[in-house]
Ligand binder design. Structure first.
Ligand code: NAG
Ligand code: NAG
Ligand code: NAG
Ligand code: NAG
Ligand code: NAG
Length: 536
């Protein structure tokens, strides 16, 4: 899409840029910034909405939080084991533009719950503990100045689900899988189908569990990849048939309470979206949870597997440091950020030590890990990390105590930070693209066009990535997926630096109908995302 002269110029500028970086700073890439000193709650579950707000959600039976409900509202709940009369909030809405929070009202206990965004942009949250065990709640987001709040549904789950995982499906239902002592899955809405027994969850439930918050990845063939403990299967959830069993991952258990994490690497139009690769990183020694005093070293390995390959086998990788409770975030450039967590112990109250202050970024193309600049804030049990539309990662929570505890080691963490990967360095602005126009709706099967401004009349490699918005808790981002879309280049318009890029919408299986962030990348440097609604 550009002449040789221009390409040489781009390469030269890029070379100078890298030389300057190497000379000027030997420091580690990326940086943390404190966004808010006191969010009022420690977020155990976090989700970004398409109104550029972020839902922070903790649990109700934790005593008073540090933020009051407004307008004299209080929660009267004789069944609450701590605060039957509670005038404080246990969920807040964070506004990305102003770094402020507004209290939200939840009625029942959301502790260790699951969630997914519905096609209409509403966050559906399912289950929890105690009086919230079977609850379904909706948060329909609104502009940051609005008053939207949680609504509890009359309709309950079929089974109480505490530590389950959710995924939005191509047919617009949500599947919710597992939970403590629950060896089944169900759909919301359930359409009278009942729940489906899943022997795999029983088989992977050892004496310390190690199978909670199963990792779910919806594959391009419309089957569900499910990983629990050290094993994984391919499930046809339409017929309740286990189609495949994958080899056991070497090393430690990876699910709660061992606190590994998992992503499906970006699906790529370059292979017709036919290849799906799963990356599972970190975990804890099998005996760490039952013997916290032992403070056993966490896992230092990741397993990577092409789950669509007939001969699927784990390729094992060594991370720069040990980690449990790491959050894995798919970045706009399709690399994987691994952030938060600890190097010893396991999940559970006060069960970990030796926090991982340095995130790492894994590059799936080179198989290399790069250690990132450190934070000063320990983010251990019950912490979260989520991609924002501007390319930063919002980092919240960390509470390794049963109640809010601000003394002693690892006090309950109310601070909110953002981590900015190196692609956000101002030194990259000379080639950062930005959207000039884009469709707000992308329809399956249709081509669509965006127009893009490139500074300085440059033109290098252009890529488009579509990123879902996950519900993040306990080191797993439920519903996280990313697609590298086709780019049909393009003619430059008379404006010179404005380029028209044509792409084709992915199928409803690859990208179930929902709001997505659409990023444009120029020489791997991402723009700010725009929100697009992907639909039939
Ligand atoms: C919350 O309300 C209580 C009781 O009215 C008051 O004592 C406290 O200062 C308030 N807290 C905040 C953070 O506003
Ligand atoms: C989205 O759908 C849910 C579930 O049917 C419903 O509760 C909610 O009100 C809807 N939200 C909007 C904005 O229409
Ligand atoms: C953490 O684990 C490492 C690796 O097993 C071990 O060498 C170290 O002693 C452990 N730290 C603590 C505090 O137990
Ligand atoms: C799996 O099969 C593919 C295609 O035949 C081959 O390229 C690849 O090396 C094999 N991988 C393993 C781990 O055997
Ligand atoms: C989309 O655009 C490509 C490239 O111009 C073209 O080959 C294809 O036929 C178009 N598809 C549709 C559905 O218009």
């Amino acid at each position: 899409m550009m002449g040789d002269g221009k390409r040489t110029l781009v390469l030269l500028l890029s070379l100078i840029h890298h030389l300057m970086r190497a000379l000027v700073c030997y420091s580690q890439p990326g940086n943390f910034v404190l966004l808010l000193q006191n969010a009022g709650i420690a977020s155990m579950h976090t989700a970004v909405t398409h109104f550029n707000t972020v839902v922070f959600l903790d649990r109700t039976d934790i005593g008073s939080s540090l933020i009051n409900l407004t307008n004299g509202v209080c929660r009267e709940n004789p069944n609450d084991r701590v605060s039957p009369h509670d005038c404080t909030a246990h969920s807040v809405l964070f506004d990305i533009a102003t770094n402020t929070v507004r209290p939200l009202f939840i009625q029942t206990d959301t502790w260790c719950s699951s969630g997914a965004f519905l096609p209409n942009g509403t966050l559906m949250q399912t289950g929890g503990d105690y009086d919230g065990f079977k609850k379904v709640r909706y948060f329909s987001p609104c502009p940051a100045t609005g008053t939207c709040d949680w609504v509890e549904s009359e309709k309950e789950l079929l089974a109480g689900r505490w530590y389950a995982s959710n995924q939005l499906l191509p047919d617009l239902r949500v599947i919710t899988v597992g939970g403590r002592g629950v060896f089944s899955y169900e759909f919301v809405p359930d359409q009278g189908l009942g729940q489906f027994d899943l022997q795999f969850l029983r088989d992977t439930n050892d004496q310390w569990n190690d199978n909670l918050y199963p990792f779910l990845h919806l594959l391009p063939d419309n089957n569900m990849y499910i990983f629990a403990n050290r094993d994984s299967i391919l499930l046809n959830f339409y017929t309740n048939t286990v189609l495949r069993r994958y080899p056991r991952i070497p090393g430690e258990p990876r699910n709660y309470p061992c606190g590994g994490s998992s992503v499906m690497l970006a699906l790529d139009n370059a292979n017709g979206f036919s290849i799906a690769e799963v990356l599972v990183c970190g975990g804890s020694n099998m005996y760490a949870f039952s013997n916290p005093a032992g403070q056993f070293g966490a896992s230092q390995t990741c397993g990577r597997m092409v789950v669509t390959a007939a001969n699927a086998t784990w390729e094992m990788l060594t991370m720069p440091m040990r980690r449990n409770m790491g959050d894995m975030v798919l970045l706009p450039d399709s690399k994987v950020l691994i952030i938060n967590g600890a190097q010893n112990g396991s999940q559970g109250w006060m069960d970990a030590t030796n926090p991982c202050y340095n995130p790492v970024i894994y590059d799936p193309d080179t198989n290399q890990f790069e250690v990132q600049a450190a934070t000063t804030i320990a983010r251990v049990y019950h912490s979260t990390a989520n991609l924002l539309p501007d390319g930063r990662i919002i980092v919240a929570g960390s509470n390794t105590h049963e109640f809010y505890t601000f003394t002693g080691p690892f006090p309950t963490e109310m601070r909110v930070e953002a981590f900015s990967p190196a692609y956000l360095d101002p030194s990259n602005d000379w080639q950062r693209p930005s959207f000039v126009s884009y469709p707000s709706v992308i329809r399956y099967g249709d081509n669509f066009t965006v127009s893009v401004a490139l500074p300085g009349n440059l033109a290098g490699d252009i890529e488009l990535t579509l990123a879902s918005i996950p519900y993040t808790t306990h080191s797993f981002s439920q519903g996280q997926r990313q697609l590298k879309l086709a780019v049909y280049p393009t003619q430059s318009t008379s404006q010179g630096s404005i380029f028209i890029v044509t792409s084709v919408a992915p199928s409803y299986i690859l990208a179930p109908s929902a709001y997505y962030m659409l990023f444009i990348l120029h020489n791997k440097i991402p723009s700010k995302a725009v929100w697009v609604y992907v639909s039939f």
